[in-house]
Design a protein around this ligand. Sequence first.
Ligand SMILES: O=C(O)CCC(=O)C(=O)O
Length: 448
Amino acid sequence: MGMNDPTHPVHRTICGESGVWARVGSFMASLKIEARRERKRNWTIRISLDPAATENHHLSHQHPPQFAYETDGSSPLEEQAATTDHSLFTSKDISSMEGEGECSDNPFTSVMTLTKMRVPHVPQRYVLPPSQRPTLTLDLTANLPIVDLSTLHHASQRSLTLDTIQGACKELGFFQVVNHGIPLPVIHDALAAATEFFNLSLEEKMTLLSDNVHNPVRYGTSLNHASDKVHYWRDFIKHYSHPISDWIHLWPSNPPSYKDKMGNYAKAVQVLHKQLMEAILETLGLNFGNLQKEIEEGNQLMAINCYPACPEPDLTLGMPPHSDYGTLTVLLQSGPGLQLQDNKKKWLSVPFVEGALLVQLGDQIEVMSNGQYKSVVHQVTLSAENKRLSIASLHSLPINKKIGPAPELVDEQHPVSYNEFSFRDFLDYISSNDIADKRFIDSIKKSV
Ligand SMILES: O=C(O)CCC(=O)C(=O)O
């Protein structure tokens, strides 16, 4: 006699419900709930993990897969569920439950997981105070500078292009580049490798999970899932990338083409960074030759970011306002979402230009230029419909190299305005400080 047989004693299954979630161990799991009544006897409510929607299939081995409750024969399902104490809650309640530290063993929930679970609201820990929420209705800013880098190789156009770069560095700390020498297929391959990586099972990605900012390769979510007070709607994989032979063996082995595709892009961006530094140092009147070796031997950290579609993009951000620590960040994006602050602290939305790369000045350039150029404050907004990927290639001088204002840019009118710092100092700072609370560069500014 099978369960589907109407003559079977368990003959009423009132609910095979989806959209009910529980924290099981350190994961969010989707639950299947069935309530059955055996003839006139008590209701039995059976709760089990729904393997189709629960990403971590090991859960079913680590945790008892089922709980059963018996009612006094009258309580409707919801009442009964509400009086049980097994972290059972509806998707509406997830907002208030998640991230409140009720789980002692270091919770980790990726935003890809929340998206797959189709949570209808962002959990409470993603909700920003009203004053920090983004304005999503900003028009894409049409007049942000776009530099055709091929013109740097033409004597007649070079000085005009350098003027454009100088203006962009002074006013915004930002410009886009086209004709930058990186072929479109290399760009598309890098984005494809990123897509495939984030589509892997959580289990696979978790092998690279780390909250240690000193690790050369780490997968994570938000800024740092272990310490963030507010969470951001972003998953990421970060890895050191230069010199590539020192690091590539540590990169993800899955998808199998990741190392090739991301590696080709990383090497090409490293070359581009050197060209951009040469041009920018020239606009500051600094001798590139003095820094060439340190630029060539500098650090390259690639942050591959995934911002899935978000059910409430007006309440949260993919990344909070921050500036990058290094010389330059070269950013590849799959669609719009980046906003940056101009020198009047007004937010501008960066348009998407197919094939273009974004150049953002970092704190090391601000310090080197003794404040003539500013590192750009930027944040990432989200979309309710579209996932966005970005690949940020963050370049800096070698990890222990202290950078201070260039002596050529210091005089009586322009006294030294910053203390020296290295990339390692920055890593130490973010190990114990939240960059969403206080910018790193403010901690090294000299008081006047
Ligand atoms: O995704 C973006 O547009 C920006 C990423 C970023 O700011 C970062 O990785 O530091």
